[in-house]
Ligand binder design. Structure first.
Ligand code: AMP
Length: 214
């Protein structure tokens, strides 16, 4: 099964992709995670990507297309995968189509995570993450047991540079301009399923599962 989870930052697509990937044993391909890992490793690609990411801008298409194109050719992707945060522009979606064709694979479903902008701002600005194990918290809705300490591994939590209010606002604007047109792109292809992403994570997971078995 090849799935795309499409939605604005903070809509919960990463949480759902991670969860579904573990349950179904489908690799979870997140371009955001790949880029953050390149930054941590201090690679050339990471250095280049960081300047865009810290400002809430998209990394150039050719960089992320290159990353995904290498990843989908790996053996663990041959029975399917979940794309989270890719594609984010029409040229990326077109490149994905070409890639899948070349590998004789086909896209099964595209889930659009729908949610109000005010809720996204609250979710993103209150988000705290563990730089070591990746666990996520929220200052109001999912606080850690001890202030700013990860419950799982005891590391100090951080606020991602791109979760600061001015950067969040830019990311949402970029989403509307560059990524939102993909909803119509995939609707026209007849692959789109819309989800109410303002529900609890468990309720969204149930809706996703139902749509997958329908
Ligand atoms: P995410 O973790 O998916 O919210 O991604 C964090 C940041 O990584 C984004 O704000 C972009 O700067 C960059 N990024 C991730 N995926 C892409 C993509 N497909 N195209 C361009 N930039 C991306």
């Amino acid at each position: 099964m090849i799935l795309i989870l499409l939605g604005p930052p903070g809509s919960g697509k990463g949480t759902q992709a991670k969860r579904l990937g573990v349950e179904e044993k489908w690799p979870h391909l997140s371009t955001g995670d790949m880029l953050r890992s390149a930054i941590t490793q201090g690679t050339q690609l990471g250095l280049k990507a960081k300047t865009f990411m810290d400002q809430g801008l998209l990394v150039p298409d050719e960089v992320v297309i290159g990353l995904i194109s290498e990843r989908v050719q790996q053996v663990d992707c041959k029975n399917g995968f979940i794309l989270d945060g890719f594609p984010r522009t029409i040229p990326q979606a077109v490149a994905l189509g070409v890639m899948l064709n070349a590998l004789s694979l086909h896209l099964d479903r595209v889930f659009s995570f729908e949610i109000k902008e005010s809720e996204l701002i609250n979710r993103l600005c209150g988000r705290r993450t563990c730089p070591k194990c990746g666990a996520m918290y929220h200052v109001e809705s999912v606080p850690p047991l001890q202030d700013m300490i990860c419950d799982q591994c005891g590391t100090g939590l951080v606020q991602r540079a791109d979760d600061q209010i001015d950067v969040v606002q830019r990311r949402l604007k970029v989403y509307q301009q560059e990524t939102a047109p993909l909803v119509d792109f995939y609707r026209k292809e007849g692959r789109l399923i819309c989800l109410d992403a303002a529900q609890s994570a468990n309720a969204v997971a149930l809706e996703l599962k139902k749509a997958l078995t329908a």
